[in-house]
Design a protein around this ligand. Sequence first.
Ligand code: SAM
Length: 284
Amino acid sequence: MTQDHQWVIERWKDIETHYRIESILYENSSEFQHMKVVESSLYGRMLLLDGVVQATEKDEFIYHEMMSHIPLLSHPNPEKVLVIGGGDGGILREVLRHRHVKKATIVEIDPAVINICKEFLPTISNGAFDDIRADLVVTDGARFVKETDVKYDVIIVDSSDPIGPATVLFSKEFYGGIHDLLSPDGIMVCQTGSIHMQPDEQRASYILLKDIFQIVRPYVFAIPTYVGGFFSAMFCSDKIDPCKTSLNSLEQKSSASKIKTRYYNPGVHIGAFYVPGFLNERLI
Ligand code: SAM
């Protein structure tokens, strides 16, 4: 590999991904994690937390659309939304594109992520934190869930991987608390990692969530900078089954929402829940 350029390396146990970069825009450690923002040659500006790529200017829309529009267009009338994590503001941006949403509360443990992303990656939040419906709470998501008594229609857990501050967001107590915060037809989605690089995450989450929710359905989508092919999330509810949602109903709701998207569409929504056989086998 030529050494005439700088590179940022994302290291996994048995592989490394090298991204050519033009410059390092920010690097420091907050109270919670190491943070780095680089100008990458292929993906534009890129945020890494504890060495793991979280979001890039070029492909962040994929994750943020699929983690937001799938639950919001599955729910009959999502007015109150809770986002746990998501300090880059991408989920909040997509949630607030839904006119029905009256309030979106975002609970982020690390104010440095919010500030650094506003400064160096402003297109991700795109002003969402200033929306009158946005309510930012800076605290541990696990603590917030324990202490609040508000009911939500949709809860989106946009945490980093189960290392560092996000470890508590992968516990049965946390998801039991999430379940209690949902309205009867509420929906929760959470990211469960790459189906090739983090196989144990899907299985552990599924077993834990099946004890708490009536309906738990994995879904997959592909993000170039989340290495290892398909990335996964879990759709959880006591009443709404995404595998029984019709394409026609989604097409009507999506068109009525007037939200223009670049990855999500009703066909991709339905298709995302037709997951590879080996993933289903992993969840038995
Ligand atoms: N899209 C990314 C992914 O799929 O890995 C996650 C993006 S977002 C940057 C992850 C956020 O979760 C970070 O801002 C991190 O500070 C936040 N976070 C981690 N642990 C948390 C906790 N216990 N409570 C609230 N936020 C937390």
